[in-house]
Design a protein around this ligand. Structure first.
Ligand code: NAP
Ligand code: ZN
Length: 349
């Protein structure tokens, strides 16, 4: 069985530590991927620290994986050794329900096998994520990565990119649409780049003015510092769509008031505390609140291909695996512009 070096969380309040694991022997439909880069999503932090109550230790986080195929099973058709490959938040689904059949497997009505914190169908063992040197997955859940992409900048497309791209597409962001991205972090900065690439008028709603210049550089046409109460007045009733990426509790009703009649507030951020939203703010203008979960494999492939064509990647700070605990602290303190990406060669030396 292929063995891998990794970093794992062993308890909610402990730093991640070096960990050795064995991947399953690749079956006929599997690919073995040598991991080159893995992004650090705020979900990894929520999960490693058990903020959602769904922990299971030891936990090897990481679901923004880019690597090179090392070996393929006998029936694999889409990959050969040497190809570039990407893996996002899930590595298998039931493949039989309506959502899976419609190509919306991220909404599978059966069991989703998460890239980490799931249970491997083939072995019944826990899944371990991308903070590791190798991974084995069914080829149907592996994405093709163009050599035109810069790999360290492409890794965050597998979660941060797709989680903003999918709602932008679903709710029709494009020319003539006024879109707000709430929270300029890993997800938010991709939302700005992608919203602008789709032709929407993008406004960044941020908790301070520190990221104003960055917002314009990333493609925003407007910026509002929401620590200033005037910003709520100035932007009242302005937006068709707000993509809320904030990872902590905040005043959802106040942001709802920034929507036009029939506008939609899409929650992609997953703060541990459930939101409280006034029904009056919704009813008064037939506004909606919705959620959105990553994106489908088909949509991720579309995004990867679009980014390869347009030269879009994440703004990243590349770190060695050994700096992950420092990176977690900085991520918790809103001190990253805009995604940490682990260079996995640091574990292979
Ligand atoms: P991140 O890089 O930490 O960005 C979150 C941003 O939210 C921060 O940069 C900050 O932006 C803002 N923020 C943080 N704390 C805040 C507070 N107390 N009040 C107001 N604003 C605050 O995190 P991320 O990786 O983008 O992930 C964001 C959230 O999305 C997490 O909850 C994560 O679990 C979730 N997520 C969901 C999905 C999905 O499929 N739905 C997928 C991936 C991640 P400003 O500095 O601009 O205020
Ligand atoms: Zn993520």
């Amino acid at each position: 069985m292929p063995s891998a070096k990794a970093y794992a969380a062993h308890q909610a309040k402990e730093p991640l530590k070096p960990f050795e694991l064995e991947r399953r022997e690749p079956g006929p439909h599997d690919v073995l991927v040598d991991i080159l880069f893995c992004g650090v999503c705020h979900t990894d932090l929520h999960q490693a620290r058990d903020e959602w109550g769904s922990g299971g230790y030891p936990m090897v986080p990481g679901h923004e994986i880019v690597g090179r195929v090392e070996a393929v099973g006998s029936s694999v058709k889409r990959f050969k050794p040497g190809d570039l490959a990407g893996i996002g938040v899930l590595v298998d689904t039931c493949r039989a329900c309506g959502s899976c059949k419609e190509g919306l497997e991220q909404y599978c009505e059966g069991t989703i096998v998460w890239t980490y914190g799931g249970v491997e169908r083939e072995t019944g063992k826990p899944t371990y994520g991308g903070y590791s040197t190798k991974i084995v997955a069914d080829e149907n859940y592996v994405l093709k990565v163009s050599p035109k992409l810069k790999l360290h900048e492409a890794a965050p497309l597998l979660c941060a990119g797709i989680t903003t791209y999918s709602p932008l597409r679903h709710w029709g962001a494009g020319p003539g649409k006024k879109v707000a991205i709430l929270g300029l972090g890993g997800l938010g900065h991709m939302g700005v780049k992608l919203g602008a690439a789709l032709g929407a008028e993008v406004t960044v709603l941020s908790s301070s003015s520190k990221k104003k210049e960055d917002a314009f550089r990333l493609g925003a046409r407007r910026f509002a510092d929401m620590s200033n109460p005037r910003s709520f007045k100035d932007n009242a009733g302005h937006f068709d769509l707000i993509v809320d990426t904030v990872s902590a509790d905040h005043d959802f009703t106040a942001y709802m008031e920034l929507l036009k009649r029939e506008g939609t507030l899409v929650l992609v951020g997953l703060p541990p505390k459930p939101p409280s939203i006034s029904p009056f703010a919704m009813a008064a203008k037939r506004r909606a609140v919705a959620g959105s979960h990553v994106g489908s494999l088909r949509e991720i492939q579309e995004l990867l291909d679009l980014c390869a064509e347009k030269g879009i990647g994440a703004d990243v700070e590349v770190i060695p695996m050994q700096k992950i605990n420092e990176a977690f602290e900085r991520l918790a303190g809103n001190d990253v512009r805009y995604r940490f990406v682990i260079d996995m060669s640091s574990l292979k030396a």
